[in-house]
Design a protein around this ligand. Structure first.
Ligand SMILES: Nc1ncnc2c1ncn2[C@@H]1O[C@H](COP(=O)(O)OP(=O)(O)O)[C@@H](O)[C@H]1O
Ligand SMILES: [Mg+2]
Length: 286
């Protein structure tokens, strides 16, 4: 497993901390309920999706409370990325509902779906940065184009977000001048600048060299500690089990197991999740 410092972020700051305490899944548990409304922040209800004539998602349901991080794992091709795309409504489900903070994506209609999507930050394994823009402008451009912020305000905010991911000193560099880990931290800064209610992370470290994984995981741990609500596809289960209180295991388009890391990964649990993770460990040595 990567060596991850769960106590402080790369910048040594904890801007988002709500309680000042070192966060772990247990600490976040105590503040997971949406105190204002009592309802989950995200509800995915009975989502099904076919692509190319094949059923890819088969009646998938899950929910996330505010401030909760859930981890989605499963074999390649099991539908994890498709599920995140359905939650984002980039790929609208054929059946079922996605409700974010009480708003149903389907009910928002084609005209307002952009507003729904803006509430959700997406992190992909391949960063999706603009090569011709500096780190700072990669973060600022979304604030200008999507939020309509003036140039100066957007650049100031971009610096704050880069500082939060420990990259203030790299603000003027272009993606080609950054390591993979740094690029992923810029893409996280860009997503956070939009102040999303929910972050979806699709294997955020799987394109990275092993020695760069830890710095990105540290940033994600910091977001979790700050109370960001996240659904993360990752195979870094050794890391993720310290941040989550529910693992969802997906196979052939269905969530076939769900439970706490203790329940699913405990010795002799006999779970599919444990078997899958032990094979991963054998393959990667992590
Ligand atoms: N646009 C598409 N058309 C047809 N099949 C697709 C499309 N996108 C994904 N699939 C198929 O859906 C299945 C699930 O893919 P994906 O959600 O990417 O899985 P995972 O992220 O778990 O590896 C795979 O069998 C994949 O080939
Ligand atoms: Mg995938």
């Amino acid at each position: 497993m990567s060596n991850v410092n769960l106590q402080s972020g790369p910048s040594g700051r904890d801007n988002n901390s709500q309680d000042g305490a070192g966060a772990d899944a247990g600490a976040r548990n105590s503040r997971t309920a949406n105190a204002r409304t009592g309802r989950p922040l995200l509800e995915v209800r009975n989502v099904s999706k076919s692509l190319g004539g094949k059923l890819i998602l088969d009646d998938v349901s899950l929910s996330l409370d505010k401030g909760q991080l859930k981890v989605l794992i499963g074999p390649s091709g099991s539908g994890k990325s498709t599920l995140l795309q359905c939650v984002h409504f980039l790929t609208p489900p054929d059946k079922g509902e996605v409700v974010l903070d009480g708003q149903s994506a389907r009910e928002m209609g084609q005209k307002n779906i952009c507003a729904f999507r803006q509430e959700i930050g997406m992190i992909f394994q391949d960063f999706n940065l603009f090569d011709h823009l500096t780190a700072r402008d990669n973060v600022a451009i979304a604030l200008r184009k999507v939020k309509g912020q003036p140039k100066t305000a957007a650049r100031v905010r971009a610096m704050d977000e880069l500082e939060r991911v420990g990259l203030a000193d790299k603000a003027g560099l272009y993606p080609a001048q950054l390591s993979g880990g740094q690029k992923q931290r810029v893409s996280i800064a860009r997503a956070m600048a939009m102040e999303p209610k929910l972050m979806l992370l699709d294997e955020p470290t799987s394109a990275l060299d092993p020695e760069l994984i830890g710095e990105v995981l540290n940033v994600i741990a910091n977001l979790a500690r700050g109370g960001m609500t996240m659904l993360m596809v990752t195979h870094q289960i050794g890391f993720a089990q310290h941040l989550t209180n529910e693992i969802l295991f997906m196979e052939e388009g269905r969530i076939i197991e769900r439970g706490t890391p203790g329940d699913l990964l405990g010795e002799n649990s006999g779970s599919r999740t444990a078997l899958f993770c032990s094979r991963l460990t054998e393959l990667t040595g992590r």
